[in-house]
Structure formats: structure tokens, C-alpha cells
Write a protein that binds this ligand. Structure first.
Ligand code: ATP
Ligand code: MG
Ligand code: FE
Length: 341
């Protein structure tokens, strides 16, 4: 099996060819970081235009590199949501056109399912069910993954996502966009105990997250002038890690038996986060699985892989399927108080 994957839900334009045997035959990612950096965040209009300009050449490039034509692919998989709707539409419409032209099935992939299944692309031994911490720019959730398309959400954030908290901290500290990697780098030079910062919701009964108060405390610490930026970055990162450690421990208590503790999404690229979660898994007698950092941040290989997993279930989607700006993985989950899905 070979599937062409297309990703365009945020500010990465990406295409990849992945086999059922977990081989990434080719992949390309065009980052729009430089386009959005002057604005300190993603501008949807600029993103949609950039996706439209870059996607087709990227698809041609991966097919070229793999020495394949569309006719050799078993399906075309594209992110159909959630995300910035203009960008999602560019990718989905392109996939529809390719599917129609080549008479291949279309798989409309939930971007979050791409993140959620990416650890199985990286690790052939990862079996269902597993505990998943999904931490990205727009989402912060704990899920029990029972199978492809079978997700039970145990926790979400009542305000900001964890990646968003990293991005806002970077902005406060003047580290530019995108923020996560910059905060991680600066934190290496700082003392994680230097700045007293809150750990919102730590110890509370429900395993939900909250990061808005932490971000405000970062702002106050910075404005006080009493701390170096490196100490603030390190202390913020430590506070965030303490939060996910505590919330995840709580969620695991009510998760039932699972085969592994898994982390995915952009923040899973963070080395300190990975180490902390590995310790938590080990102390609980669980295997720990995290995809390599390049598969944590947005990419098309994970979308192609989700396509392969869904194709394996006999799934395909009609050519008139709509792009969805919002698309929860677990539609039955109650939103946390004050939060959307
Ligand atoms: P979503 O998947 O929720 O739709 P997204 O696609 O924008 O959001 P991802 O690409 O999965 O998010 O992740 C991007 C986020 O990950 C950003 O908030 C970024 O700051 C964060 N991030 C990336 N690398 C790191 C890192 N090394 N440390 C911390 N955060 C990071
Ligand atoms: Mg990005
Ligand atoms: Fe993402």
C-alpha cells in the first residue's frame, strides 16, 4: 500500500508518500514561519495563499523523489480539519481533484487523528489501547486510544493549549515566532527553580488543564524586571511539565489498562517534556512511546499514515465531503467548563 498525504491545516504546507510497511518514501514540508514571523503569529489569509502557491509543487516533488506517479498510489489522504479553514480547503480541494483525476479513493483525515496515530507510524510495536497526551498549538488533551477512530477523551484544557502557552511565553520574552523551540533553547541556560510560578489545577480532582494563569504569571515576572529571560523560560517550562505530569497521573488512574503512555503533537518535540513523561511511564510500569520530533510537529507523513490506517479499515470518503474548522476526536466528550472542543 502507498498513500499520498497532504497537510495544510495551519502554517506547514506538506506532502508525503508512506507505505503500509511504515516506510516514508518521500516527504516535503514548506514552513511558513518566515511569512508569519513579522506578525508574531499565523495570519490565516497569508497562510491560505501560501498553501495554494506551494502545495502542488511539493506533491510533484515527493512523487518525483519516490519515482512514482499518482496511479501508483492506493489513496489520497488530506487533512479535512480541524484548522484554519482557508488552508484546510486548499489541501482538501487539491486532494479531491487528484483523487478524481486518478480514480483513487479520497481519505479525509482528522488532523488530530494524524497526531494521535503518528506514534504507530514510528513504532510498529505500539498496540491499542494506549494513553495519549496530545499537546499541540491548538489542543491539549488526554485520550484513551482504543483503535483507529475510537478515542475517549478524559481531559482537555479549560483555556489555552500547551503549545499556545509556549508561544505566548516566547512572545512575552521577545523570542519571536514560532515560540516552542525558542523557549526550549533559552531554558537550557536558565534555572527552572528561579521564578516562582503557579501550577494551575495541579491536585484538582478532574484531570483537566489550564495554562492562562501561568502565562499571566510569566508576564508579571517579566515585567517585574527581577528575573533573566533564561530563568523565566526555564521556570515556565518546568511549571508546564509539572502540570502535565500531575494531570496525566490523575488521568491514568481512571484510564483502565493500557499498553503504553504515548505523547504526540508539536510540544512532544520538547526534550524536557519527553524525559519527564518517560519517567512517569517508567514509574507506572508503562512503555513510553514518542515519535521522533520531526513527526511531532505538523507533517504530511502522519496524515498519509492515518490514511493507511483508515484504508485498512475499508474507509474512504465521498468527493463532496466538507472541510471542518472544528472536528473533535471524541464527539461525545463534554467540553471542560469554559472551553470549546
Ligand atoms: P493543532 O495540531 O492543535 O491543530 P498545530 O498544528 O498548530 O495545532 P503543531 O504543529 O502540532 O500544532 O504544534 C505546534 C506547537 O508546538 C506550537 O505551539 C509550538 O510552539 C509547539 N512546539 C513545537 N516545538 C516545540 C518545542 N520544542 N517545545 C515546546 N513546544 C514546541
Ligand atoms: Mg507551524
Ligand atoms: Fe498539528
Amino acid at each position: 500500500t502507498v498513500v499520498l498525504g497532504i497537510e495544510s491545516s495551519c502554517d506547514e504546507t506538506a506532502a508525503a508518500l508512506v507505505t503500509g510497511g511504515r516506510r516514508i518514501l518521500a516527504q516535503r514540508i514548506a514552513s511558513q514561519d518566515a511569512d508569519h514571523a513579522p506578525y508574531g503569529g499565523v495570519v490565516p489569509e497569508i497562510a491560505a495563499r501560501a498553501h495554494a502557491e506551494r502545495l502542488t509543487p511539493l506533491i510533484d516533488a515527493v512523487l518525483d523523489e519516490a519515482g512514482l506517479s499518482l496511479g501508483d498510489c492506493d489513496a489520497i489522504a488530506a487533512t479535512a480539519g480541524p484548522g484554519l479553514i482557508g488552508g484546510v480547503m486548499v489541501g482538501l480541494v487539491t486532494a479531491k481533484a487528484l483523487a478524481m483525476a486518478s480514480d483513487k479513493p479520497l481519505i479525509a483525515v482528522n488532523h488530530l487523528e494524524g497526531h494521535a496515530l503518528s506514534p504507530r507510524l514510528a513504532d510498529p510495536n505500539l498496540a491499542f489501547p494506549y494513553a495519549l497526551l496530545l499537546v499541540s498549538g491548538g489542543h491539549c488533551q488526554i485520550l484513551r486510544v482504543d483503535g483507529v477512530g475510537r478515542y475517549r477523551r478524559l481531559a482537555t484544557t479549560i483555556d489555552d493549549a500547551l503549545g499556545e502557552a509556549f508561544d505566548k511565553t516566547a512572545k512575552i520574552l521577545g523570542l519571536g515566532y514560532p515560540g516552542g523551540p525558542a523557549v526550549e533553547r533559552l531554558a537550557l541556560e536558565g534555572d527552572p527553580k528561579a521564578v516562582p510560578l503557579p501550577r494551575p489545577l495541579v491536585g484538582s480532582a478532574e484531570p483537566h488543564f489550564s495554562f492562562a494563569g501561568l502565562k499571566s504569571a510569566v508576564l508579571r515576572a517579566h515585567e517585574s524586571g527581577a528575573y533573566t529571560r533564561a530563568d523565566i523560560a526555564a521556570s515556565f517550562q518546568q511549571a508546564a511539565i509539572d502540570c502535565i505530569h500531575n494531570r496525566l497521573s490523575r488521568a491514568l488512574e481512571r484510564m483502565g489498562e493500557v499498553s503504553a503512555l504515548v505523547v504526540a503533537g508539536g510540544v512532544a518535540a520538547n526534550a524536557r517534556v519527553r524525559t519527564a513523561l518517560e519517567e512517569l511511564a517508567t514509574s507506572g510500569g508503562l512503555r513510553f512511546v514518542a515519535p521522533p520530533p520531526a513527526l511531532c510537529t505538523d507533517n504530511a507523513a502522519m496524515i498519509a499514515w492515518a490514511g493507511i490506517e483508515r484504508l485498512g479499515q475499508g474507509a474512504s470518503d465521498p468527493l463532496d465531503i466538507a472541510a471542518r474548522p472544528r472536528w473533535p476526536l471524541d464527539p461525545t466528550a463534554e467540553p471542560a467548563r469554559g472551553a470549546g472542543v
